[in-house]
Write a protein that binds this ligand. Structure first.
Ligand code: PHE
Length: 339
């Protein structure tokens, strides 16, 4: 009897069904009242009592096995059958929500692309810096207010460990490790201990630019920035350089662009002046070159630095800097299709 059970099990293991109907026929063949398995159960009644325990167990296992096997065979068809009944193939599919880039990333990438067309490469530096790279090498006098606890986030007790307040620190790092010519921009996050308002934040982003070579002049700086302004804000954009002061550039300037909103006529974005400030710049101070081991008799260069938030706010007419950091999906969704 055990032998018969095993044979039947082997037979069932190899069962195949081409259609749902064929699978049903198999069920009848094995499991109906007159089926092969039921016959074995009939036979079971006639065997000697001492064999009943083992044979009974084997029979029950066989029955479960056949049932499972037939269910599996039927499953292959039941799916496609129910699909054709329940599914309307003319309905639109379920679409996946695609994310979008953050407006600051969109503008940062655009700045990188514009300068790449002029041959600028991209490099980055650390956010946690030392005094040398953020201040000393950049010609900041000992008593300069920018070093003050009010502006700079110092980490731990050691005043030599701080969060960089500008990306100019990466200028120094680049000059220390590369020989001129250098033509690189440095995008990155900066930190200042400022009260958060609609116009200022304690964390923001800058892009720094540095060009060092023989015979680099202020005219090169001006032409580079004019090209940038036109690419970023439109061909009709004008620029204006106003004398300014930074410890690490001499001469230094701040650059305004003609207001992209009113075209220079005057509106509340440009406070009715027709101009908006977008960056600081100047010729790299010879002391800075010397501090970074670059021969200041042979080489000259220019540098500039701009806030990405500021450029983005002008570009998209965003009135409050805090919106960039709140991750409000209603704000971010508006930039989805931009890039
Ligand atoms: N580091 C200056 C700032 O944060 C900007 C700047 C960069 C000015 C390079 C001149 C040259 O305001």
């Amino acid at each position: 009897m055990i032998k018969k059970i095993e044979e039947l099990r082997k037979e069932i293991e190899n069962l195949q069904a081409e259609t749902a109907e064929a699978a049903e026929q198999l069920r009848i063949k094995y499991l109906s009242k007159k089926g092969a398995v039921s016959k074995l159960f009939d036979e079971f009644k006639t065997i000697p009592n001492e064999q009943k325990r083992d044979v009974g167990q084997a029979l029950n296992t066989l029955k479960t096995f056949v049932k499972d096997r037939i269910i599996i065979l039927k499953e292959g068809f039941s799916n496609s059958e129910s699909e054709s009944v329940d599914m309307d193939l003319t309905l639109p599919g379920i679409s996946f929500e695609l994310g979008g880039r953050h407006p600051l990333s969109i503008v940062r990438n655009e700045i990188i692309e514009i300068f790449a067309r002029l041959g600028f490469t991209v490099a980055e530096g650390p956010e946690i810096e030392d005094d040398w790279h953020v201040f000393s090498a950049l010609n900041f006098p000992e008593e300069h207010p920018a070093r003050d606890m009010q502006d700079t986030f110092f980490i731990a007790q050691n005043p030599d460990v701080l969060l960089r307040t500008h990306t100019s620190s990466v200028q120094v790092r680049e000059m220390e490790k590369t020989k001129p010519p250098i033509r690189t921009i440095f995008p990155g996050r900066v930190f200042r201990n400022e009260a958060i308002s609609a116009r200022a934040h304690c964390i923001f982003h800058q892009v720094e630019g540095l060009f060092i070579d023989e015979d680099v002049s202020f005219a090169d700086l001006k032409q580079t920035l004019l090209y940038f302004a036109k690419e970023m804000f439109g061909e009709e954009t004008k620029i204006r350089l106003r004398p300014s002061y930074f410890p690490f550039t001499e001469p230094s300037a701040e650059m305004d662009i003609s207001c992209s909103l009113c075209g220079g006529k005057g509106c509340n974005v440009c406070k009715y002046t027709g101009w908006v400030e977008i960056l600081g710049c100047g010729m790299v101070d010879p002391n800075v070159l010397e501090n970074s081991n670059i021969d200041n008799k042979k080489y000259t260069g220019f540098a500039f630095g701009m806030g990405i938030e500021r450029i983005t706010m002008l570009r998209y007419q965003i009135k409050d800097i805090r919106l960039f950091f709140e991750n409000d999906i209603r704000f971010l969704n508006q930039f989805k299709s931009v890039d």
